[in-house]
Design a protein around this ligand. Structure first.
Ligand code: NDP
Length: 821
């Protein structure tokens, strides 16, 4: 092609990036070893795997195949390193992270080329997006290392973290995991994806260059069945951070259940890209290109479902087809290429299979007229129209350059269609009407919402999903909590649980006066039982059997059975209904029906929480006597529990309009609104110790943040919770916000954890019950918060209330709002 030809056709010429330095780097080092304790070591298996260049299908490098023996050595090295790294001052860690950021920039071109060769993604993307974001992540987290002591007081690192990453953003996912882990003082073992390990190995060299202490970062290449599974099951690992498919995420949830390992999962998505009829359609077209053809659509948050308002659908689809015709696919190292190769033949076949299924299911397929390169693994940009929302291609994550489009008429229909997925990772909203866009954004079940933009990422703004897209956030301050734990946990995990049946006095409440205003003497349960209805000694007491509390009504248990409640002397002091699966179903349904609670003003919630405190205070003495009756604790002690409960309600009334989120300023013209949203319906099983305080300590933060709850009170001492029915009724709490099902706590907890319409499950009970809850929760990947049988001092304001509870009650939604013409 000569200059005149180019002038006439305006065709792009080749603009290749040189691959020679990367090939030389590989040649000098391969076969690559494992990186353990800052040393390159041979794998115990003595075996190596080929890493393939997806754009040619030819072998690129040989990487070591680690196995469980290597995992043992790496964990031991990380454990030893943690002894000192976990104690290293934040400023020192900040210096290392800063140095890593600088070194990434110094090696940026080699990293970009290696990434393109190994993954098949275009150099434009690796050079302009992946690698700069990697550096930004280390800079940003250098800052958090510096500030950890002042900004996260009372928290300490988790320990040794196993990190498992996918192949779609190899170095970026590594940075998202390693940077916060190191900043918070943890040591790590990283397992890169089998197909894309090379940039992680280059990163290992950077670790050596900056002189990071040995064992802080260990990198084990190899296969999932040999390395990934061993890491997940290893008892020396304190946390697993995983990004990948929902199926594997779910198997990791099961494998770690009950182990006490912290877990964060960033899983799949089927994100909606919603276009209203007043959107700027030319911008929309470029947005779609970014949403679904960026990285060949192998993006967990890819805008793979185009939802268009009906009246503009025809126009938009025509524009889109014209643009698709102009997309350029080919050698990833050509700087003028829009789309590179699919990562592997297996992934390519999976895309082809799902596309064929779409055609069979009756959708209309459109692809550009040009042909893909025949060498390597390529798939053309593909658009499906006439797609029905229930079909496979509309529901399943294709993880390829395939867009399905559907239409809607009204904003409400758009929201319903957008939320019609088991995932909840991201969404994009296009409208020139900012009122409409900001009205729709909070209604979308997604961790990130981009307004008039898409696929924007920054270290300052947390990223992560709802529902089957996983839990936990990466980036932002919220992401740090994935790598720390409250310092007090270590101390109590070895001490026995405070017993509700002990007669000894409980620790006094933090900042709460003893309840001497009742002028109560130290009364025992015997005194109470003997004297409580003393003024009518000749008449039998009127029987009072609490029912369930569902949808604001007291209802009989479905089973028709009741169970006895005993005092510490094993005397029957009452009966409560024996809840079953049906009661739980009804309660969950009621909790969903009350979802308007989330939209009520925070001021409204504040008032109701104060009313609850007020109405409880009126009956302080009665509640204290009930605690004595159930637990045998002293009256003073019980009165102290009631006082603390009232104070706790005040705390959450205070927090309800103050735990508000933040505004981020990432490097763009615009802002990111990080909003604290309620999770939805939370199931909760209450501790046996402190029957009233334990119950309110869980319910109050959850409802303060706008959730609705299904509560299983203490099985041993349920009457304090059932006595609250009248408190709720007289406090204007809307029906269905709090639902209570009494009965076998562990059995009912499992039913709740297994329920697909429950969004999170809290469990405060035995180690075995915790494990069962975690296992059952894997069904829909709901968030869990369990005690693993460890005690918590509910009277203490550090352990029993505060931000930890608010964080568990909320999820952060990041809404990106760019501005400017
Ligand atoms: P996987 O979820 O299988 O793999 C992700 C990572 O987990 C890899 O490092 C993998 O190792 C490892 N792994 C796999 N199985 C286990 C296990 N049982 N225990 C521990 N670690 C394990 O994703 P795939 O690469 O197989 O892709 C399959 C599908 O997953 C894609 O088509 C796409 O739909 C989805 N996906 C989603 C991603 C996201 O970001 N949400 C990212 C990647 C994929 P190894 O590479 O050795 O198999």
């Amino acid at each position: 092609m000569n200059v005149m030809d180019i002038f006439k056709t305006m065709e792009y010429g080749l603009a290749p990036e040189a691959a020679t330095p990367a090939f030389e780097w590989i040649k000098e080092r391969q076969p690559f070893g494992l990186f353990i304790n800052n040393q390159w070591v041979k794998p115990a298996s003595g075996q190596y795997l080929d890493s393939i260049n997806p754009s040619t299908g030819k072998p690129l490098a040989q990487i070591a195949a680690a196995n469980s023996a290597d995992v043992d050595i790496a964990v031991a090295s990380a454990r030893t390193a943690f002894e000192s790294w976990g104690q290293t001052p934040g400023h020192v860690r900040a210096r290392y992270l800063y140095a890593i950021a600088r070194h990434i920039q110094k090696h940026s071109r080699l990293l970009s080329v290696l990434e393109s060769l190994d993954n098949g993604k275009s150099i434009r993307e690796t050079r302009d997006l992946d690698i700069p974001l990697v550096a930004r992540h280390f800079y940003y987290h250098a800052g958090w290392a510096q500030l950890m002591a002042s900004e996260l007081p009372g928290y300490e690192p988790v320990g040794v973290v196993g990190q498992i990453i996918p192949w779609n953003f190899p170095l970026l996912m590594m940075a998202w995991k390693i940077a916060p882990a190191l900043a918070m003082g943890n040591t790590v073992i990283l397992k890169p994806a089998r197909y894309t390990s090379l940039t992680a190995l280059k990163f290992a060299e950077i670790v050596q260059e900056v002189g990071l202490p040995a064992g802080v970062v260990n990198i084990l290449t190899g296969e999932a069945s040999q390395v990934g599974e061993a890491l997940v099951r290893h008892s020396g690992v304190n946390k697993i951070a995983f990004t990948g498919s929902t199926d594997v995420g779910s198997s990791i949830r099961r494998a770690t259940a009950g182990s006490g390992k912290k877990l964060s999962l960033e899983l799949g998505g089927k994100s909606p890209f919603i276009v209203f009829d007043d959107a700027d359609l030319d911008s929309v077209v470029e947005g779609v290109v970014d949403a679904i053809w960026f990285n060949q659509g192998q993006v967990c948050c890819a805008g793979s479902r185009l939802l268009v308002q009906e009246d503009i659908a025809g126009r938009l689809i025509n524009k889109l087809r014209a643009r698709m015709e102009k997309l350029r696919i080919g050698d990833p190292l050509d700087k003028a290429v829009d789309m590179g190769a699919i990562v592997s033949p297996g992934q390519l076949q999976e895309i082809q299979r799902l596309v064929s299924q779409g055609v069979e299911e009756g959708a209309e397929i459109w692809q550009p007229s040009w042909a893909c390169p025949t060498e390597g693994y390529f798939f053309p940009p593909t658009l499906f129209t006439n797609v029905s929302p229930a079909t496979t291609i509309a529901q399943v994550e294709i993880f390829g350059p395939v867009l399905v489009s559907m239409t809607f008429r009204t904003p409400a229909e758009a929201v319903a269609l957008a939320n019609n997925t088991r995932y909840g990772l991201a969404a994009s909203v296009w409208s020139e009407n900012i009122n409409l866009a900001l009205d729709v954004a909070p209604k979308l079940k997604a961790g990130t919402v981009w307004i008039n933009c898409t696929n924007m990422f920054d270290a300052s703004s947390g990223f992560g999903g709802y529902r089957e897209s996983g839990f936990g956030r990466e980036g932002g301050k919220e992401g740090l909590y994935e790598y720390v734990r409250p310092a007090w946990e270590k101390a109590v995990s070895t001490s026995p649980a405070p017993s509700s049946s002990s007669n000894g006095s409980s620790p006094s409440a933090d900042g709460h006066a003893n309840a001497t205003q009742f002028n109560a003497t130290d009364t025992t349960s015997d005194d109470i039982i003997d004297s409580s209805n003393g003024f009518t000694p000749t008449l039998p007491a009127i029987d009072r059997t609490p029912k369930m509390f569902i949808k604001g009504k007291q209802v009989r248990p479905d089973s028709g059975y009741s169970q006895d409640v005993y005092d510490p002397q094993h005397r029957v002091i009452g009966q409560v209904g024996e809840g079953n699966r049906k009661d739980i179903r009804n309660a969950v349904e009621a909790a969903h029906a009350a979802s308007g609670w989330a939209a009520s003003t925070t001021h409204n919630r504040v008032q109701i929480l104060y009313y609850m405190a007020e109405n409880l205070a009126v009956r302080e003495e009665e509640f204290a006597r009930r605690i004595v009756q159930q637990t045998g604790r002293s009256f003073v002690d019980a009165a102290n529990e009631v006082q603390t409960t009232i104070s706790r309600l005040f705390s959450y009334a205070a927090w309800a309009d103050k735990y508000e989120g933040v505004v981020h300023r990432p490097p763009l013209r615009g802002v990111v609104l990080a909003m604290h949203e309620p999770i939805g319906v939370i199931g909760m099983a209450c501790p046996d110790e402190y029957p009233l305080l334990g119950f309110i300590s869980l319910v109050a933060p959850a409802i303060a943040m706008g959730n609705t709850v299904v509560v299983i009170p203490s099985q041993q001492s349920p009457l304090s919770a059932t006595d609250c029915y009248q408190v709720f009724e007289t406090s204007d709490l809307p029906a269905g916000v709090v639902n209570i099902v009494t009965g076998q706590r562990d059995t009912l907890s499992e039913v709740l954890a297994d329920h697909d319409d429950v969004d999170a499950m809290w469990y405060f009970g035995s180690a075995d019950g915790s494990k069962r809850v975690e296992l059952a929760s894997a069904g829909n990947m709901k968030r869990t918060w369990v005690s693993y049988g460890h005690p918590r001092n509910w009277l203490d304001s550090v352990q029993g209330e505060g931000e930890e509870f608010l964080r568990e009650s909320t999820q952060v939604k990041n809404i990106w709002v760019p501005y400017g013409e």
